[in-house]
Unconditional design. Sequence first.
Lengths: 313, 331
Amino acid sequence: MLRRTLLGAISALALLSASGIASAQENYNIALISKGFQHQFWQAVKAGADKAAADLGVTVTFEGPESETQVDRQMDMLAAALSRNPDAIGFAALDSQAATPLLQQAKDAGIPIIAFDSGVDSDIPLTTATTDNVAAAALAADKMAELIGGEGKVAVVAHDQTSRTGIDRVDGFVNRMKEAYPKIEVVSVQYGGGDQLQSTEITKSILLANPDLKGIFGANEGSAIGVANGKTELGSKIVVIGFDSGAAQKGMITSGVMNGAITQNPVGIGYETVAAAVKALKGETLPPIIDTGFYYYDAATMADPAIAAVLYD
Amino acid sequence: MTDTTAPAAKSGVRISGAFHRLLAFSGLIALVVVFSIASPNFMQTQNVLAILQATSVNGVLAIAATLVIITGGIDLSVGTLMTFCAVITGVVLTNLGMPLPLGILASILAGTFCGLISGTIIAKLKVPPFIATLGMMLILKGLSLVISGTKPIYFNDTPGFNQIALGSAVGSIFPSLPVPNGVLILFLVAAIAAFVLSRTALGRYTFALGSNEEAVRLSGVNVDRWKIAVYATAGGICGVAGLLIASRLNSAQPALGQGYELDAIAAVVIGGTSLSGGRGTVVGTLIGALIISVLANGLRILSVAQEWQTVVTGSIIILAVYADILRRRTL
């Protein structure tokens, strides 16, 4: 009895809200599933998505797992988002293959998918809004070579060995050094999980093991801050090049502890993802890749309007 | 679920377990009702299946943790052991190209073996369970990265592998009810664990160790052997979880796993198992795991901001355990 009344109540509610949706047709609902949530980088992506939502008059939800290793949690979020019947989905895959069955389900339901930050091994996403991480890390290598005078030992502190960005940035930096700067030797590549404290300890051990080291590249925000902290704690004079921005890293560049950093355009990634979703819903065709760009910035260029626009606190 | 309403009133312990299950079960029902009313998308078949799918891995891990926690111990290594087993399966199936049944066997054996080692360290070397399994958690996390070469191992050469969790045996008989196999495996593991706990010598000693280990020892029982057996069984169950997660992701992800032990332990305590040992049920744990995933899914369906989802989940854990304490005080 109770169950029947309950079911009745639920279906009545379902009818009510269905008619509610029908009356406001142009308000597209776009669900973004990101790779992370509390990191400043992802918050900047979210800010970009929210800005696009306001500009284009759509509703955006934004979610991501707590750590960038939780592939299965991300699947749960994608499944829950699908159950909500959004008009479009933006998805930054933690694993390039694991989501294929769910993406297929979305495609079958006629929900367009826009990939952002990392691509997937599938032709289901209509486009990918992303940074070319290999080229961005190669630019870091060029700047490092310039700052240390084209010769000597350098090292890399990166976030992890399994994610696309971790792999691409280490490869981009190391390969560029090998190809273009034969007198520079990358003596160590270490991983600190993007954790500032762990990256600090790693940096100190690298510096103590290699007293003649000329520079270290920190491959994401947490790694870069750790490298700069390690340098300060040991009173070292090495060149430090970071990645991404955030208030702490910007402060370190202003104070000179860090020489400069590569910045992606996270706000642009978020904005372009939502904009691409809206275009897809309106039936427009999209390019296979939307390159959202990257820049090198240092204390001198930080205030340039073009740079300041893509930095985040 | 009918057994929660029929109290098996044989002892004080049993009554309290049954009452708690009833409490946790009412909590689960209340959540389902609230979310159903709040969103028409919640009670859709597809979403209910998504919730069950999301429960499968944590549910199996929580059952493993339940066995250990009933003995008064703790197992912090369940998450990374799951990952380790998944990686071993990847090596056996993808790197060595062995047939599927051997991969399944390898995962469960690897889990049992690691549990055996944890149990031995705890029982024979007298290292406290918290420390022994904390060490094991880190050892297994590292070994998973070493063995896999820090890269995910994909199961593309074993086409049937993703059917373990994603296929649907029920769906092939009743096409309108495509319950994923992963969910069936969760219920199967739960049924076996419940049987072991209530009907076998291993189950009786599991409770006895948690109630009064010294009394068991003085009555001439080989306490060490039973303790090791419990950890080994829990390890084998983590092997099943390893298969489930690897099948679902069609890959063994070596960096995954740390942090999963906390969700498993949360499910166990919400389900009424006492962290001080001697009291607990598998059904309770299953309900606890369902509460966690219903909560996560429902808040997502309602588009609650993610920062608040975490606050709500934390509050529910404290509330669930406090309700249990209150109820036992009034008994």
